[in-house]
Design a protein around this ligand. Structure first.
Ligand code: SAM
Ligand code: FES
Length: 352
């Protein structure tokens, strides 16, 4: 069995491709030895494309209002226990100012789907950030919009967009979301974003309720087809005030294994070692870097609002100032043999 798995890992390393059934076999039969072998190859590829550099993205969680009701998410509209907040333009610019001085050259504006932030307001904010920090990239992560809206943000200067597909399987998608949300529309958004010219990030939660190995294989096939610049994955983590309050969280072990597979599938990708990974294990983000990740996304939101952007229980880094987070991350990253760099950290050129 193990030899078979090694053969599949070698094939993925050499060709960047596996059949869906092969991913299922690999994921279903994985063991610790396979994982270590996989990570030795994923590190090799990550170093071949990006050396020892780790790119940082300053995450500004600017609103936790959301019109959607995803069953897993702590800021879903039906969660009456969530204390809602919005940052205004000046607050957001203050975060950028602090981030710039700390060496950030990418700002990620993330939020729930909040109708208060009309396209006009978003474009104003993007224009302002780009005029004050022309050497920085602006990444948006504000959910599903029309193609016209995506075009307007792009024209205002947005460079990148993060929108996890969550799960590539329509049936599984419908078990995680109410019926007004569909996998087809989420994928439509991703293709629109790509066509417009954004560097696009997608991804999924590992260990989300009802997920099978077959679903994970479908996620890998979808990623291969979309060829995004960025892929963000993290474990599903239970939130006590959601319909999935009694569902178990995903594991560190499977998340790391999937991370390694993503690096072999898309060697050029920018892959974050996520806060969720750091939440399920104290050294989760370090292990993510050792499994092939090359990005970290420290929180730049004002400390007063951080605990309110609670997507899942026990989220880390909600009490520290940004400067403290950066220092802590520098130490963590250097303990892995990698180093944080001050750089926009664009994706290396790829063939589309
Ligand atoms: N509203 C935007 C969107 O839908 O893309 C951005 C914000 S959304 C909260 C960001 C990501 O958080 C989602 O794509 C989802 O994968 C992740 N997330 C939400 N709830 C989670 C949970 N309970 N555990 C782990 N990740 C979660
Ligand atoms: Fe806000 Fe899912 S609950 S996008």
């Amino acid at each position: 069995m193990q030899r078979n798995n090694r053969t599949l890992i070698d094939k993925l390393f050499e060709t960047g491709e596996l059949e869906k059934d092969e991913y299922v076999t690999l994921i279903s039969n994985r063991n610790e030895d396979d994982a270590q072998y996989l990570f030795s190859l994923s590190r090799k590829l990550r170093e071949q494309y990006y050396g020892k550099s780790v790119y940082v993205r300053g995450l500004i969680e600017f609103t936790n209002y959301c019109k959607n009701d995803c069953y897993y998410c702590g800021i879903r509209r039906s969660n009456k226990n969530a204390v809602r907040y919005r940052l205004d333009e000046d607050d957001i610019l203050a975060c950028c100012k602090e981030g710039y001085s700390l060496g950030f050259r990418t700002f990620v504006l993330q939020g729930g789907e909040d109708p208060y932030f009309t396209d006009e307001k978003m474009c104003r904010i993007i224009l302002k950030i780009k005029s004050l920090y022309p050497d920085c990239a602006v990444t948006l992560s504000i959910g599903e919009k029309s193609r016209e809206s995506y075009q307007a943000y792009f024209d205002a200067g947005a460079d990148r967009y993060l929108l996890r597909h969550e799960t590539a399987d329509c049936e599984h998608y419908s078990k995680l979301h109410p019926s007004e949300l569909s996998s087809d529309n989420r994928k439509r958004c991703l293709y629109d974003l790509k066509e417009i010219g954004y560097q696009v990030g997608t991804g999924f939660m590992v260990g989300s309720p009802y997920q099978t190995e077959e679903n994970l294989a479908q996620d890998m096939m979808f990623i291969k087809e979309l060829r995004p610049s960025m892929v963000g994955i993290g474990p599903f983590i239970t939130h006590k005030d959601t319909p999935f309050y009694d569902k178990p969280s995903g594991t560190l072990e499977l998340t790391l294994f999937m991370l390694g597979l993503i690096r072999l599938t898309l060697p050029y990708a920018l892959i974050p070692s996520t806060t969720a990974l750091g939440t399920i294990a104290p050294n989760g983000r370090e292990l993510g870097l050792k499994a092939g990740a090359n990005v970290i996304m420290p929180n730049l939101s004002p400390v007063e609002v951080r605990k309110k952007y609670m997507l899942y229980d026990n989220k880390i880094c909600t009490g520290e100032e940004s400067a403290q987070c950066v220092q802590c991350l520098k130490n963590r990253v250097s303990s892995t043999g990698y180093e944080i760099v001050t750089d926009r950290g664009d994706v290396v050129k790829i063939n589309n």
